[in-house]
Design a protein around this ligand. Structure first.
Ligand code: GAR
Length: 264
């Protein structure tokens, strides 16, 4: 007791994971306190869940920002400290051969939104930021300003698939359509790619021939509500450490990857 971490959450939808985390903080399963709920979507049910618990909420309306830029690109300025070349050199969201105008538009609009997010978050300092069904990728603009110590990442995400299989926006749907016999969920730290950061924890379930997509989502979500609080508690107990591992493969190439080590 006494040593509770402060947690902030970003949500886009109904917020059942957010609820599981709030409940775990209240029950003591997580030594933490939820201090804000933010969203990119003014209609997110997760905001109401936050309000019910008297947790401060805020919205950064991404759609409005993106629309504004498309209407009047010349009048929409990125934040003063925005450096497109630096972002492009770090990001892993777009392949380098992709349409450069689209990439530019993407990173400018996201930096505008992310600068607003950072401003709102500044009012509620946190130890850990959890993405709980936040359907936007964070770019290096946000990540570098929030993760000030690269050795101690502090943005977590939950993904509805057993990563690295089925990254993207519809993990359970992709698992189902592929005909996989096992599905699952993954909690990981955020890095510069999409669902590619170091894995903290995973839970799996069997898929039978009778399972519909709805059944798979239900099985998966139940596991998410257990997994996310467990991973957050490991963070609260300071048991998570990221380590860069390197291996020489049979073909002589070096494979390196930052992974999470969990101490006892
Ligand atoms: C969850 O299944 C979560 O894993 C997924 O969105 C759902 C949110 O549900 N997240 C992603 O797909 C992130 N790319 P919730 O709003 O009820 O927590």
């Amino acid at each position: 007791m006494g040593n509770k971490i402060k947690i902030g959450a970003l949500v886009s939808g109904g917020g059942t994971n957010l609820q599981a985390i709030i409940d775990s903080c209240i029950s003591g399963k997580v030594d933490g306190e939820m201090v804000f709920v933010g969203s990119d979507n003014p209609g997110a049910g997760g905001l109401k869940r936050g309000e019910k618990h008297s947790i401060p909420t805020f919205v950064v309306d991404y759609k409005k920002i993106i629309h504004g830029y498309k209407e009047k690109p010349e009048q929409t300025m990125p934040p003063e400290d925005f450096d497109l070349d630096e972002i492009l050199s770090k990001q892993h969201l777009f392949p380098s051969e992709s349409d450069s105008k689209r990439r530019r538009q993407y990173f400018i609009t996201r930096a505008i939104a992310e600068a607003e997010l950072l401003k709102k978050i500044h009012n509620h300092p946190v130890d850990l930021l959890v993405l709980a069904g936040f359907m936007r990728n964070l770019t290096p603009y946000f990540i570098d300003r929030f993760n000030t110590d690269p050795d101690h990442p502090r943005i977590m995400n939950i993904h509805p698939a057993l990563l690295p299989a089925f990254p993207g926006v519809d993990g359970y749907g992709d698992t189902f359509r592929y005909g996989a016999k096992v599905g699952g969920c993954t909690v990981h730290f955020i890095d510069y790619g999409e669902d590619s950061g170091p894995i903290i924890g995973q839970k799996a379930f069997s898929i039978t021939s009778d399972d519909t997509i709805e059944a798979i989502k239900e099985k998966g979500l139940r596991l998410e509500w257990e997994l996310y609080p467990e991973c957050i508690q490991l963070f609260a107990q300071r048991r998570l450490k990221t380590v860069k591992m390197a291996y020489r493969l049979e073909n002589g190439k070096i494979y390196s990857k930052t992974i999470v080590k969990i101490s006892k």
